[in-house]
Design a protein around this ligand. Structure first.
Ligand code: UDP
Ligand code: MG
Length: 153
């Protein structure tokens, strides 16, 4: 089953939106394979966002993601990476569609509540940054037969 890394960013935790945002992912049928509350160090933030180093928003992004506790999760499901990106919505709050997390909960271009891996390679690399193999669960869910048909592509 495909896995993706999701981070509920410091604004999400500080605004007490954790439960409501996790609910959106669970409602869709994704499974929580790993989850923890943590404070991201500057070193870890710089590794995570290495691809953005040098961009005008980079320093502010590092300040933001290290500014308070975050909830880091691995979510699993068919097409989990793209499905989560759809649930999150466009990067900037003002442009994100209503019905998406960023569209419903924020107006900022920086404080956009949630991070989600953008492809299979980044998902694998990001999951390895935050979780050891022993921290991830592969528990069969009792509703799995109704979440997707095994013969579906
Ligand atoms: N960001 C920002 N200003 C920008 C672009 C991005 O503050 O002009 C922040 C924002 O928090 C975003 C993160 O940097 O979520 C990573 O940017 P990316 O383009 O990867 O967006 P995402 O993949 O999170 O949608
Ligand atoms: Mg990104």
């Amino acid at each position: 089953m495909e896995r993706t890394l999701i981070i509920l960013k410091p604004d999400c935790v500080s605004r007490r939106l954790v439960g409501r945002i996790i609910r959106r992912f669970e409602d869709k049928g994704l499974t929580i394979a790993g989850m923890k509350l943590m404070r991201i160090s500057r070193e870890l933030a710089e590794r995570h966002y290495a691809g953005h180093a040098g961009k005008p928003f980079y320093a502010g992004l590092i300040d933001y993601i290290t500014s308070g506790p975050v909830v880091v999760m691995v979510l699993a499901g068919p097409g989990a990476i793209a499905v989560c990106r759809k649930l999150m919505g466009a990067t900037f709050g003002p442009q994100a569609e209503p019905g998406t997390i960023r569209g419903d909960f924020g107006l900022s271009r920086t404080f956009n509540l949630v991070h989600g891996s953008d492809g299979p390679e980044s998902a694998a690399a990001e999951i390895a940054l935050y979780f050891g193999p022993g921290e991830l669960m592969d528990v069969p869910m009792p509703d799995a037969a109704w979440i997707n048909r095994p013969d579906e592509a």
